[in-house]
Design a protein around this ligand. Structure first.
Ligand code: MN
Length: 269
């Protein structure tokens, strides 16, 4: 299925003004469940944008079967930050997670793509992520649930994984399999969790088109726009901006938790 680039792709605020006339956006106030997840459901715990500030987190991280981190886990992408994140994933709070940890994005803040590329080459940064599954345009299937992660974002400052809006963004999203159950991106789509405090919408128009018209995941988890933290739906897809850090880079937003029904015949083991 070939999707077209929206004429206002490069101006997401204007694109959304037009698109929103045919769109439903309902905010959801979901409470973290305080009972164990039933045997036919997987509990998914989502965080994003922790920016090497996990030592300052004051909330408890709930138990879950899968932990998803949607990127921006360091401040500047240095090797010691990656090592620290990797041990945080496996230590203390993390032990409660019986499943695999997923991330989709290597650090992006305050580091240019070139520098990052060099960092990855020099230190093999990804090799240090031993306690999770790193998803860069890749899928992992857990208990029959298909999770796809992709780190790309519409160009923003000089951060890593930038791509120009329009056809280049769309071509990244074209790689997302149509049978994805949980999509993890770093960027929000336009219209959900993407409203900046300046009043500008920073989400990707082509990502919204792709998730609504082709991929139709049950859940779309992302971060990036810290002030967009929260859950919303268009009536079909649940959109989750799981940014842990707020606008002031304080790690104050608790994880967002949901239970996803397992495919028929599959039980948690
Ligand atoms: Mn961030």
């Amino acid at each position: 299925m070939k999707l077209a680039v929206h004429p206002l792709s490069k101006n997401p605020t204007a694109a959304w003004e037009e698109l929103s006339q045919q769109q439903k956006v309902v905010k959801i106030n979901a409470k973290t469940p305080n009972t164990e997840s039933p045997s036919d459901k997987l509990r998914v715990v989502c965080m994003s944008d922790t920016h090497s500030l996990t030592p300052f987190i004051k909330f408890d991280i709930p138990m879950g079967d899968i932990f998803i981190h949607a990127g921006d886990f360091t401040k500047c992408g240095s090797l010691h930050e990656v090592i620290e994140f990797n041990s945080w994933i496996a230590s203390g709070d993390r032990h409660k997670h019986t499943g695999t940890s997923i991330l989709d994005n290597i650090p992006t803040l305050g580091i240019s793509k070139d520098v990052l590329a060099e960092a990855i080459q020099t230190h093999n940064v990804k090799d240090y992520l031993t306690n999770c599954v790193y998803l860069e345009d890749a899928e992992v299937v857990l208990h029959g649930i298909k999770i796809y992660g992709t780190p790309w974002q519409p160009e923003f400052c000089k951060w890593a994984f930038n791509v120009p809006r329009g056809i280049q963004c769309l071509s990244k999203w074209e790689r997302i399999p149509s049978d994805t159950d949980i999509l993890v991106t770093h960027t929000p789509p336009v219209g959900h969790g993407d409203l900046c405090c300046s009043g500008v919408r920073a989400g990707c128009v082509e990502l919204l088109t792709t998730v609504q018209n082709r991929v139709k995941p049950k859940y779309h988890v992302f971060g990036h726009i810290h002030e967009g933290y929260g859950i919303s739906t268009d009536g079909k897809i649940i959109f989750i901006n799981a940014s842990t850090c707020d606008l002031n880079y304080l790690p104050s937003n608790p994880p967002i938790v949901f239970d996803i029904t397992l495919p028929p015949g599959i039980q948690k083991t």
